[in-house]
Design a protein around this ligand. Structure first.
Ligand code: LLP
Length: 463
């Protein structure tokens, strides 16, 4: 991302510190549709609305902070992924990005499958009626109890992540009189251009079985010998928040290479390949994500071409987008508290949440946008840092952004694109209560995950 360090016009313009910010936009009241959910706009009074409801009413009814999720947008994105890949492929929504029972129902209704990676996610999926055969179960350290539960429930596939797990799943399935459909997750050795902690296809990390040195081929050899499992394909997930398709191209090439080796050695053509998730979204106006139909076209072409070259039947493709579906659909609504201008530096704007509802800035140096949403303002832009209420100086929500200089305590501001990995990674640090998730659509709003209460905290603390 290229950003200029010296914007013109804002307060302290002559002494702006180095930072990751562009010049302030010409009009701070404009909401870039790239980073805001589909139905977001401003009403005649300048108040931001979503799904036909204004944020002041939402704040009044549900309090702040709150994640406000645009259900119409969620469903539209889910549908766009589904139809982009068509009937010859499967789209598994990655539940780790954000999962709740309402979300499971929406996915079910829109024809998507679901990827879960823990017993808790599996329980949520099953309790909301997702058919087990449409669930894929992931994880690098599934417990025997989780495997037992997944096999008993009849999940469509378990993605095997280690040699030990190949044997464990086969054994558990056999003891239950089942033959469990499985994929093997491999690491293809691609360095995805993303933060180290969210890149997953290089070899020096905990996920998958390395393709290099024939290790994955040996895993296939062992899996094919076991009665309790049916090997249906190979899985690769190269990382997250990726914009460049070339990593997927290399991954597809290498996965197909393994399918060819398997065919040559065992006379078996594995029928499926899963290319994982990881497609990037716009957190700021500088990000340019790809549309689902472009991604589907690119991935399908790569796999088809590689298979033709290897004289293999094209396997059924599946993908696992999480962030790309839910990320852009929600924003976090905060109330402004303390405002501290630090002369020659920036203005610290404190909100009533922080790293407990969005750890991504602290953890990955993630960039976000922010806007004043309870009114418009024509005041000069000021360079701001949006911080939380936690006892930690790294408690930053938006590192560098411009807000109007007449911002005052009590104003509502919102951080867009917080639908993925914010509520799902939220914590109770400092015993701060996790915000609710409020779904809005067509002039109606409802809580789909309620706000935590002090009673919830005390219930776990058995004294
Ligand atoms: N499939 C597998 C096997 C995965 O491990 C992941 C993400 C996904 C699909 C979905 O990836 P997505 O499309 O959402 O990027 N907490 C980090 C992201 C960790 C992702 C872990 N695995 C973040 O906040 O950026």
């Amino acid at each position: 991302m290229s950003r200029s360090a010296h914007p013109a016009g804002p307060r302290h313009a002559d002494v702006l510190p180095e930072g990751h910010y562009s010049a302030p936009p010409s009009d701070l009241n404009v909401l870039d549709p790239k980073v805001w959910a589909q139905t977001v706009g401003r009403d005649g009074d300048g108040v931001v609305t979503v799904g036909g409801i204004d944020v002041k009413s939402l704040a009044e009814e549900y309090g702040t902070p709150a994640y406000i999720l645009d259900e119409t947008d969620f469903r539209a994105r889910a549908r766009a992924w589904r139809s982009a890949f068509g009937g010859d492929a499967d789209v598994f929504y990655a539940g780790k990005a954000f999962l709740s029972r309402a979300v499971v129902r929406w996915l079910h209704e829109e024809g998507l499958n679901l990827d879960v990676c823990s017993g808790g996610e599996l329980a949520t999926a099953l309790s909301a009626g997702m058919p087990a055969e449409r669930i894929a179960f992931h994880g690098n350290n599934k417990s025997s109890e989780e495997i037992h539960r997944a096999v008993s429930a009849g999940v469509g596939r378990i993605v095997l992540d280690s040699f030990q797990e190949i044997v464990r799943v086969a054994h558990i399935a056999q003891s239950l009189g089942r033959r469990q459909r499985v994929q093997i997750r491999i690491t293809v050795g691609v360095e995805a251009h993303t933060h180290e902690f969210i890149a997953t296809a290089h070899e020096d990390q905990k996920f998958g079985i390395p393709l290099a040195g024939g290790v994955a081929a040996e895993a296939v050899r062992r899996a094919l010998k076991l009665d309790g499992i049916e090997l249906i394909g190979i899985h690769s997930h190269i990382g997250s928040q990726i914009f460049d398709m070339s990593g997927f191209e290399v991954a597809a090439h290498r996965v197909v290479g393994l399918l060819k080796e398997v065919r040559d050695e065992h006379g078996v053509e594995l029928p499926e390949i899963d290319l994982g998730g990881g497609l990037g979204i716009a957190y700021t106006s500088d990000d340019d994500p790809r549309e689902p139909h472009e991604i589907a076209k690119a991935l399908t072409e790569i796999v088809t071409r590689e298979c033709e070259a290897a004289k293999l039947r094209t396997p059924r493709i599946s993908v696992e987008p999480g962030r790309a579906i839910v990320g852009p659909t929600a924003f976090t609504l905060y109330e402004v508290g303390t405002i501290k201008p630090l002369d020659g530096l920036r203005t610290y704007v404190s909100v009533d949440g922080g790293m407990s509802d969005n750890i991504r800035t602290a953890l990955y140096d993630a960039e976000y946008s922010v806007a004043l949403v309870s009114r418009t303002s024509d005041a000069e832009p000021m360079l701001a840092r949006v911080v939380g209420k936690h006892c930690e100086s790294g408690d930053i929500v938006v590192k560098d952004a411009f807000l109007p200089s007449d911002l005052a305590p009590g104003d509502l501001i919102a951080v867009p694109a917080t639908g993925a990995y914010c509520r799902s990674m939220a914590s109770n640090y400092n015993h701060v209560l996790r915000p609710p998730v409020v779904a809005v659509a067509d002039g109606e709003s409802r809580v789909i995950v309620r706000r935590e209460t002090e009673d919830d905290l005390l219930r776990l603390d058995v004294g």
